[in-house]
Design a protein. Structure first.
Lengths: 250, 198
């Protein structure tokens, strides 16, 4: 034990050796010590292995749905010129635009809730009801003037827009019944999770709001994925659609 | 003993070969005019690196996906202010790190956790039962262990040992002292050694 304590003074030098920033004099002193100390030599070698492994980590590839969601939001906000698929039926465009607008409205409220009221109990400005056109109204336009509502009201709003997504799923079922089944199953699982969170929130309002928040967030992501999936299917992007479906199964 | 910094590329330079500076400025100009295809070119050139660092700093891919969206939406809004003094990749990287840190602060506030305040000290005795130098450290094992680190030392470790930034740059990005960056990286390595040696 005394030996280990004596070695403590070499810990910084060992780290700097791994960093490559140890000066020549201290390096010579450390190397002398390492020749006679198994524990310090093992530490230096292990830390070098970790640093080398960290350098060799490979880049991760983001799922393509991220770009589709970015592009969708830029289009919905009117910040880019439309480059959408040309062979899309008007009825499909209307439903997709409505669905995207609804997700944006509820998602914006959730984002506002996350940024403005991090501590429980969670409150948020009122969520707009379904807009008639594709352009979403900012839900957090004037926080000071907004009447606070409980976070679980947002779950009610999300449940209310389920029927629009049921339409999307029905459209998918005509082309791909298996995909529609996966979407239907995920929607059911998330609705059950949200219902459970709301029960828990009623029982313990101070401590369960984070759980409801996470479940609402999951559902919004699912709804965004559904829109991305429908776009991929319409554009004939089978690989993109398959990737979204696979990620939805997990 | 070989040192890890000798072969490092210059820090904060985009790793992937993308468009040159003139091409970048032309792309940015097209983005400002609302050209989605131009913005997609920028996204494809930089999203991989930003997603990788976000995954590792935040500790999970789900949050990283959300953040990647926010990064590129914010980038599109802020492109008006991009003057080309630095490479677009560097500009995006700084924007991404700012949003990453905002996310971490927000998460810490929500969960009421100040994880680094709970740090334990790891020393020579905490090597676990298996010597790392005598075997290969699988990348997946390292990724999993990194995700378990406290946020402060995980961020410093990712930026230094994975991303190759200097402590000076990390200190500037994170708003901490250079010495704090060093000690966080050192602490992370000691914890990883203990976790990987089990």
């Amino acid at each position: 034990m005394t030996h280990v304590n004596a070695c403590e003074r070499y810990l910084n030098a060992i780290q700097e050796l791994v960093d490559g920033t140890l000066g020549p004099i201290r390096r010579a002193e450390l190397e002398l010590h390492l020749e006679s100390c198994d524990a310090c030599r093992a530490l230096a070698e292990d830390l070098q292995v970790i640093a080398t492994a960290a350098q060799s980590l490979e880049p991760r590839i983001p799922p393509d749905r991220v770009w589709q969601q970015v592009a969708g939001r830029l289009r919905a906000e009117g910040r880019v010129s439309g480059t959408g698929p040309t062979a899309v039926r008007r009825h499909g465009v209307a439903i997709l635009a409505l669905a995207a607008a609804l997700v944006l409205v509820v998602g914006s409220s959730l984002y506002f809730l996350k940024r403005q009221t991090p501590a429980a109990p969670i409150t948020a400005p009122p969520v707009a009801s379904a807009p008639a056109a594709g352009t979403p109204q900012p839900a957090s336009g004037n926080p000071a003037a907004a009447t606070p509502v409980q976070a679980d009201d947002m779950a009610t709003d999300l449940a209310a827009i389920d029927k629009h997504f049921q339409n999307l799923i029905e459209q998918a079922s005509t082309k791909d019944p298996a995909t529609a089944a996966v979407l239907q199953k995920n929607l059911l699982v998330m609705n059950e999770a949200i219902a459970e969170s709301r029960k828990a929130l009623e029982a313990d309002p101070q401590n369960r709001s984070a759980q409801l928040y996470e479940n609402l967030k999951r559902k919004i992501r699912f709804l965004q994925d559904t829109i991305a999936l429908m776009n991929s299917m319409r554009q004939g992007d089978a690989a993109g659609a398959a990737e979204i479906v696979e990620s939805g199964k997990s | 003993m070989a040192t890890s910094k000798a072969t490092r590329p210059p820090a904060l330079v985009p790793a992937a070969a993308g468009p040159n500076r003139t091409e970048e400025l032309a792309l940015v100009e097209r983005c400002r005019a609302g050209d989605l295809a131009a913005f997609e070119t920028i996204y494809r050139a930089h999203a991989g690196r930003l997603y990788s660092v976000a995954c590792r700093v935040l500790g999970n891919p789900t949050d990283a996906e959300d953040l990647l969206q926010e990064i590129f939406l914010a980038a599109h809004r802020k492109l008006e202010t991009f003057r080309g003094e630095s490479a677009l990749g560097t500009w995006l990287y700084r924007l991404a790190m700012n949003l990453c840190l905002d996310h971490l602060r927000s998460r810490a506030t929500r969960s009421g956790q100040l994880t680094d305040a709970l740090d334990e000290e790891y020393g020579l005795d905490d090597s676990g039962s298996r010597r790392l130098a005598e075997r290969t450290v699988a990348r997946m094992d390292l990724e999993r262990a990194m995700a378990q680190l406290p946020e402060g030392c995980r961020t410093a470790f990712v930026l230094h040992d994975v991303e190759g930034l200097e402590h000076r740059e990390i200190a500037e990005i994170l708003g901490i002292a250079e010495g704090t960056s060093k000690s966080q990286v050192h602490k992370a390595r000691m914890r990883l050694r203990a976790m990987l040696g089990r």
